[in-house]
Design a protein around this ligand. Structure first.
Ligand code: DX5
Ligand code: ZN
Length: 220
């Protein structure tokens, strides 16, 4: 059985207390720290840049899982990788030269991920699966925390799982958007092994209790 990893998204944390929030959620049992980068073009919201990853790098103990929701990721991936990201994920919709951009990420010794918006077909995954380390399926339209999970995406997660299992090498399958204790088991059953959770954890008031509740629902 694959390990199921929980990746709290700091998009929903208290940014004024960022360092403490990361420390608290790591103490509470987080496996990865999910960092949402938004540029106001690819998605209608703006968040943070590589300097922020560099600052996080000084305090984090768990891997930094950096999700780039930006146009023209090729221009920025090296900066994000060198800033100290452990994983850099780009969107399939945002880049016409995916092989090249994924290669640049890997050249810096960083794991490379590819993400798909809810309405983007997975077809092209088979052409890049030989170089990706992680596939991220969006279960909301990206841009904001606290949106509702799109249940139709479970089938797509399963489709991605089948492609990954055929690839014959280790690739993580991350799922992001609207994941809560109540639907976590459904996402894992569909084939996901990394669960991103923003509001569910950071608005819960007790991070440890929430993460334990999620693990309880997953039976592990
Ligand atoms: C959405 C981001 C997500 C977001 C998830 O665009 O990519 O990572 O933080 O937040 P929740 O878990 O609240 O849907
Ligand atoms: Zn994300």
């Amino acid at each position: 059985m694959k390990d199921i990893l929980i990746a709290p998204s700091i998009l929903s944390c208290d940014f004024l207390r960022l360092g403490q929030e990361v420390e608290d959620v790591e103490d509470a049992g987080a496996d990865l720290i999910h960092v949402d980068v938004m540029d106001g073009h690819f998605v209608p919201n703006i968040t943070i840049g590589p300097m922020f990853v560099e600052a996080l790098r000084r305090i984090n103990r768990k891997p930094l899982d950096v999700h780039l929701m930006i146009e023209n990721p090729a221009q920025y991936v090296r900066q994000f990788a060198e800033a100290g990201s452990d994983i850099v994920t780009i969107h399939a919709e945002a880049d016409n030269h995916l092989f090249r951009t994924l290669d640049v990420i890997k050249e810096s010794g960083t794991r490379a991920g590819i993400s798909f918006n809810p309405a983007t077909p997975l077809n092209l995954l088979k052409h890049v699966i030989s170089i990706v380390d992680l596939v991220l399926i969006m279960t909301v339209n990206p841009g904001f925390g606290g949106q509702k999970y799109i249940p139709e995406m479970a089938g797509k997660v399963t489709e991605a799982r089948k492609m990954i299992d055929k690839a014959g090498r280790y690739i993580d399958l991350e799922v992001d958007g609207g994941i809560k204790a109540e639907n976590a088991a459904e996402v894992v059953k569909a084939g996901g092994n990394i669960l991103v959770m923003g509001t569910e954890i950071f608005h819960s008031g007790d991070y440890r209790k929430k993460i334990e509740e999620v693990r309880g629902k997953l039976g592990r």
